[in-house]
Design a protein around this ligand. Structure first.
Ligand SMILES: *Cc1c(COP(=O)(O)O)cnc(C)c1O
Length: 426
């Protein structure tokens, strides 16, 4: 591969054109293995950012894509419908909380978030109220587009530079009680204060349930989410749950909101929806939300992307949803969770480890010092694993099909990095 061209001309996520970091050339992938151009094989610990839950090059998903491409790869969704979209939406509605009845198919996680925020604004517009604010949590992440950035942590995130350009929303303190810790009621104080003070201007609360992902890999107590739902009901405010990272079994429940036994008014899903094959996301709404939106002045929901409901993506997504069942995702995820619970606590003996935490197929090692991306990445590749940390967070979200030996290899590679000063920015 022409890596010199890549370095000179191609932007990768969050990278510099002046000092680009090393990119590793992948030629193919199968199961949990990424194959590099030099013949090296890496055990994947990232599921390509939460998406490839069934692993790579899966025969069932390949067949779904091949079959669909021979029918029609894409057709507009305005005034036209097709079986892949209908099959997928049927499957989705059978999996999500039962109050959600209407599906809006979108292109990416960020767009699903934009759509959810627009739904909330149109909802209040239809009710004749002006509600320009969203209430969310610190340490959250909701995507890279403008509205999504505006509800992402304003200080710690990758988006603080844009601060002056973004609408100002309301941020409550993120929960501090961990999932496995004893619940501390005062965790909700700041959220309660903010919603009580601002409820008349708040259109919706938006947050990531149970796991705050890219904003810090924080895993919090279900009672926080229960409390949020109660307060939203009390003040008549919509609750949008962003399950783009947590959806489809990742936390050990089909959706993370099930840990708190609550239902959202609007739900965003993405990432694992096509098991990493193609970009596709969805925003689902209750009938109350959908019908209020459409009963308003506009008479419809005002959004319609060019590639909405792409048949190829829908066909693979429907097949991926079916695979969750045949693969017995609960058993797969439980097995990974058990391994994390056995292997991760041992890493606390290293002075550089601040905290370890896990839930479902998510394992996190937080260090006291930020990693040196270039050197630690090279180390992981040398060890035969693909783990991509950020800041002080070395984390794993492996494909559900990972075997115990794969998980052990991932954790072993992390352990071997913890003792080497070169891999951290002291
Ligand atoms: C990744 C992510 C997004 C954004 O999704 P993209 O597909 O990258 O646009 C939004 N919310 C959460 C919680 C995510 O993890």
């Amino acid at each position: 591969m022409d890596l010199a061209f890549d370095r000179r001309h191609i932007w990768h996520p969050y990278t510099s054109t002046i000092t680009p970091l090393t990119c590793y050339p992948v030629t193919s992938a199968s199961g949990v293995m990424l194959h590099l151009e030099d013949g090296k094989q890496l055990v994947d610990g990232m599921s390509s950012w939460w998406s490839a839950i069934h692993g790579y090059n899966h025969p069932t998903l390949n067949t779904a894509a091949h079959d669909q491409i021979d029918q029609v790869a894409h057709v507009m969704f305005g005034g036209i419908t097709h079986a892949p979209a209908i099959n997928l939406c049927k499957k989705l509605l059978s999996l999500v909380p039962s109050n959600l009845q209407h599906v809006f198919l979108a292109d990416s996680g960020s767009v699903a978030v934009e759509v959810s925020l627009k739904m909330a604004l149109q909802y209040w517009h239809a009710k004749g109220e002006f509600r320009p604010k969203f209430l969310t949590l610190r340490d959250g992440y909701h995507g890279d587009t403008f509205a999504a950035m505006s509800v992402t942590d304003p200080d710690n995130s990758m988006h603080y530079l844009y601060k002056g350009f973004l609408p100002q929303h309301i941020f409550a303190k993120s929960p501090t009680t961990g999932y496995w810790q004893e619940w501390d009621e005062s965790d909700l104080d700041d959220f309660r204060d903010k919603i009580t003070l601002h409820h008349q201007e708040i259109a919706a609360v938006i947050l990531e349930p149970i796991v705050q992902g890219a904003g810090g890999m924080r895993i919090y107590h279900p009672n926080f989410l229960k409390g949020v739902r109660k307060l939203c009901d009390q003040f008549g405010i919509l609750l949008i749950l962003d399950e783009i990272a947590t959806g489809f079994g990742r936390t050990g429940k089909m959706f993370a909101c099930e840990h708190a036994e609550i239902q959202p008014d609007v739900l965003c899903v993405g990432k694992a929806l096509t098991s990493g094959y193609m970009t596709l996301s969805a925003t689902l709404a209750s009938s109350e939300v959908a019908n209020t939106v459409c009963g308003g002045e506009a008479g419809c929901f005002m959004h319609g992307p060019t590639f909405m409901g792409n048949p190829l993506a829908c066909a693979v997504a429907a097949a991926s949803m079916a695979l969750l069942e045949t693969n017995q995702w609960q058993t797969q995820v439980k097995q990974i969770e058990q391994l994390f619970s056995q292997l991760l606590p041992k890493l606390k003996q290293y002075p550089i480890v601040q905290d370890v935490r896990w839930l479902g197929a998510i394992g996190v090692v937080e260090t006291t010092t930020a990693v040196n991306m270039e050197t630690i990445q090279a180390h992981f590749v040398e060890q035969g694993v693909w783990i991509r940390p950020f800041g002080k967070l070395i984390y794993m979200m492996p494909p559900y099909i990972s075997e115990p030996e794969h998980i052990e290899k991932l954790v072993g590679a992390i352990e071997s990095a913890l003792e080497c000063e070169d891999y951290f920015n002291y």
